[in-house]
Structure formats: structure tokens, C-alpha cells
Design a protein around this ligand. Sequence first.
Ligand code: ADP
Length: 318
Amino acid sequence: MLLTITTNPSIDVVYQTNFFKLGQTNREVSHYQVIGGKGINAGRVASILTGNKENVAAMGFVGRDNSAGIIQDLQEYGVANKMIQVPGKTRFCYTIIDGKGQKTELNEVGQQISTEEANQLLEQISSLTNLNGVSINGSLAPNLPGNFYSQVIRAVREKNPRAKIVLDTSGAALKSVLMGKDLPDYIKPNNEELSELLATDVVEEKNAVLSALMNPIFKNIPNVLVSMGAHGGVAKVGIETPRYYKIKISSQLAVNPEGSGDAMIGGILSALAYGKSNIDVIRAAMAAGMANAVEAKTGFVQKSTFNRFLRSDKDIHV
Ligand code: ADP
């Protein structure tokens, strides 16, 4: 079984405008709404790729007042809904895209999670015994302790010592885990998240990223995959004698690259479900990111597109 954990999902509203001026009344040309939790996206993609209904489950928190859309989305894609309903509403994140394509974002912080609700999630996680792959996705909901993701990792390992854990977060939540004893098997920072973690500007160039991956902070993480959009990525595999890989991919004309990072996590989970080797897991991550970028829908892939990229050494070269 595969599991995604999202403590702070969102409902994303994207407005298209001709002009956007601060301090003035702005009018939309159009808008649309998408379910925006990173783990919800990753679970959707993992479910599409494994094609096995309900072998993927989503845990975390949703605000009771407006959770219907998220729950409906999980059902539509065959993901088992194990989200805990908390009082209030799931947060909204707003993106305004003006006529020149310039983006402005305003993200609500999210619902406060009580100690009881946090413990309920940890108990729910430690009650599972048949996990192959688990992803921990996105930012920590307000009020959760800074080391909550370390607690989640411990809860997973309690009864699933062989489950592989993928951590897809950034900033203080990522740093806190990497400084602790309970480490994930995979992390997947993008260039910006890598720079933030190392508090230095890592230029988007493969040799620079490769040297950054030699930083001792990554020493005990078995798999570090840095995604670099259309430029592919760089990976470190192994602990005792780590190997470093530059990943080349064919650049695609992106229809909507939003959610490509989440799709990569879905790709990793699906490969873990099939017990794939490290390199094949990297290939699946890349293929899923690429397959998402060529779709209009955020956090969505077509399995046929994924398979086409996965099987072609011209499209993905590790
Ligand atoms: P994030 O969404 O986390 O910022 P990236 O922008 O690095 O992540 O994109 C994640 C992955 O999506 C890339 O590693 C790549 O596989 C794929 N991807 C994104 N944009 C493109 C593109 N234009 N062409 C091909 N692949 C892409």
C-alpha cells in the first residue's frame, strides 16, 4: 500500500487578468479552481500510474466546511480517503496571472491543528502495517510542532520498517528532519529549495548542483533527487559510497508545469510499489514530472504519456 500525508492542503484559485495593479480595483478575465494539496496531487498520480483502486491512501487534515471538493477528487481517482476532518475550512491559495504572464500569489496560512488532532494522525499512521511507500508532502499546518515530520517518520517505521519514505517539503520543516535521527529515504528539492536549505544561491547548472549534493547535510539520506524543470536533474544515490548522476531529459513544450514536482512524488511512489531499483525510481519520477508538464490539469498525468517517456532513453537519460 502507498500513503501520502498532507497536513496543510489547499484549494487554489487562479485568476487571469489583463492588468493587475496594486492599490486599485482589478477585474478578472476568467478564473478556475483546483484542488491544491501536494500529497493529494501525488496520490492522484500514484493511483493513475499503479491503476489499482484504493491501494493508495491519503491522510492528513481537511477543513470540514469545504472538504467536499477534495474528498470528491480522491474518490474520482480511486484514492482511499483517510483525511481527518478538522473544524473550519481548508485554506485557499490565490494566484493572479496578468496579461504579461506575471504571477502574484497570496496563500492563506491554513487551519490550526490541535495537539489531539496531531496525535490522532500519528496514531492513524502507526496503525498501518502494510506500507511500501509513504510520502510526506508540503508545508506543516499551523500549530504543529517543528519536528512533526520526524514524528511522522517514526510512526511509519514503527510497524513498517521496510517502507520507503519520501519527504517533499522545504524550509524549516525540511531542515528540522535532516538535522534529526529519523531520516527519510528520498528527498526531492528543486533548485530553489536546495538553495534555501543550504542558505546559498546554488545556480541552476548541473555541476553546481552536484557539488551542493556533497554537503554533509545529505550524507545519511540514501536518495536525493534535485529537479531542475526542463533541464532534468541531479541525483545522489547511496550512503557509504554515494554515486552521483546527471539526468538529461527532453524538453517539452509545457502546457502547465504546475504540480510537476508533486507528480514526481507520485512517480516515485508508483515505482516503490513495484519494488523498482534506485535508477528506475529516478526515471519514474522524471517521466511523471514530464507527463504532468504536458497536461493542462495540475497534478495529473496520462499513463500512456508516462510510459512513453519512461521507456525512451532519448527522453530520459540517467
Ligand atoms: P517543482 O514543480 O517542484 O518546482 P520542477 O519545476 O523542477 O519541480 O519540475 C519537476 C519535473 O517536471 C522536472 O524534473 C521534469 O521532469 C518535469 N518538467 C517540468 N517542466 C518541464 C518541461 N518544460 N519539459 C520537460 N519536463 C518538465
